[in-house]
Design a protein around this ligand. Sequence first.
Ligand SMILES: [Zn+2]
Ligand SMILES: [Zn+2]
Length: 223
Amino acid sequence: METLFPQSCLLCSSWQAGPLGICVGCLDDMPWHMDNACPQCALPSSDNMLCGQCLKTPPAFDAARSLFQYRFPLSAVLQQYKYGQLLTIARTMGLLVAEHIGRQSAADCIIPMPLHRRRLQERSFNQSAEIAKVVSEQLHIPLALQACARIKPTPPQASLPYKQRIRNMQGAFECRAALKDMRVILLDDVMTTGASLDALAKTVKDAGASHVECWVIARTIAE
Ligand SMILES: [Zn+2]
Ligand SMILES: [Zn+2]
């Protein structure tokens, strides 16, 4: 299909996009966040040192990696989800995650951030799951699509303080799989405060996971 219908770049629409779906120039312009990040929470930290917050009160996950900072033009790419470019974007992002974050991974399974049933009906797709499918395929790490469910609908949290978000997330997830001694990757598209990933990590650790790592497309960085 790709040779019959060459892909145009997600950002500039040039026909030089190649199999990644994004051209070299636009890829260079992306807000990469692979260096100078705390290895546990992925917030900026010089020389990849563990940040003060993680030293004081570490999150439930053991590590977090983010491809990008959540700002233009990456934010514009993710906005296009709404305009029916889902599979193209999921493929581009999945390939980039596999290439830049996943290569050395010895994980046992990938669990995408689950959406609440009602939200899934509204949207008809789970963007994190679509990206996770590509990553799983590329790295030959099993996808555990049904391992976890979001059992509590949570309101949009953007304007809430962190402590309130953590409180809202309590009991939000349920794990239906036995994950004893497993190394688990949680995949999400955007990590804002990390409250959802923290709650999901707690849930999979309660189900026996020994190591939990978050892989995200973009991390929100406070200005
Ligand atoms: Zn381009
Ligand atoms: Zn940290």
